[in-house]
Design a protein around this ligand. Structure first.
Ligand code: NAP
Length: 246
């Protein structure tokens, strides 16, 4: 198994893309730290991973709070004595046109999506530096590359995640710590369920493969970036978007 005995932290893994990433990494042999705000769903995901024959623990953590991100990584180190893979997946949307967007809508999206990624990377890097190995995979979005009306906050946060990925990749390369991003297009989860039918039809026109993606499509690329198959890849953004951005 590609990831036998490795330990992965996946943020926002109670449901959606994060849960599927956790399951695919577990299938490849990794033990998993499930972390989220959603306690009930998070604990259910832990049971799903355990039923697959892997070790899994639950840590409730709001990634936007640095003390909680630190605790997440410290708890992982205490339980498993190592950390191999950090997947920064937790993310939110608070859509509105810029002229109507409140300061709170702006701040909350930047706090979770961008600062949350920074908080977890900073906490995990202490361990990765000592180990002289590690993988960081940040979930960005095509919206961070192309922009989207009504999502100035979200697009800025995800563009920030891309800049953060490339900068940290340069800082950590000498220690063999690889840092990459995955930019999903439109993936069928609770996040995209809210999109009205008309907007959904318009979106499909932008996707050459003419269908929405599935969480597995993203998770398979995260597995690749977590494994030895990608050992000469860092600072990259891999789009999983049915050809939206090319
Ligand atoms: P989702 O179904 O809404 O799941 C996101 C998870 O993150 C939820 O369980 C949520 O908990 C959790 N979360 C929210 N704020 C958090 C915080 N402060 N700390 C820790 N966990 C938190 O979303 P998804 O569609 O799976 O998206 C996962 C990632 O992919 C996000 O970064 C998103 O931006 C990105 N993405 C998604 C798409 C798409 O089409 N779905 C496209 C591009 C990028 P609650 O249940 O409590 O909210």
């Amino acid at each position: 198994m590609e990831l036998a005995d490795q330990v992965a932290v996946v943020t926002g893994s109670a449901r959606g893309i994060g849960k599927t990433i956790a399951m695919i990494l577990a299938e490849a042999g990794a033990n998993i730290v499930i972390s989220d705000l959603n306690v009930e769903a998070g604990k259910e995901t832990v049971e799903v991973i355990k039923a697959m024959g892997r070790e899994a623990i639950w840590v409730e953590a709001d990634v936007s709070k640095s003390d909680q991100a630190n605790l997440l990584i410290e708890t992982t180190q205490e339980k498993f004595g190592r950390l191999d893979i950090l997947v920064n997946n937790a993310g939110i949307t608070r859509d509105n046109l810029l002229m109507r967007m409140s300061e709170d809508e702006w701040d909350s999206v930047i706090a979770v999506n961008l600062k949350g990624t920074y908080n977890c990377i900073r906490a995990a890097t202490k361990i990765f530096m000592k180990q002289r190995t590690g993988r960081i995979i940040n979930i960005a979005s095509v919206v961070g590359q192309m922009g989207n009306a009504g999502q100035a906050n979200y697009a800025s946060s995800k563009a920030g995640v891309i800049g953060l990925t490339k900068s940290v990749a340069k800082e950590l390369a000498a220690r063999d710590i690889l840092v990459n991003a995955v930019a999903p297009g439109f993936i069928e989860t609770a996040m995209t369920e809210k999109i009205p039918e008309k907007a959904r039809e318009a979106l499909l026109q932008l996707i050459p493969l003419a269908k929405l993606g599935q969480p597995e499509d993203v998770a398979k690329v995260v597995l690749f970036l977590s494994s030895s198959r990608s050992s000469y890849i860092t600072g990259q953004v891999i789009n999983v978007d049915g050809g939206m951005v090319m």
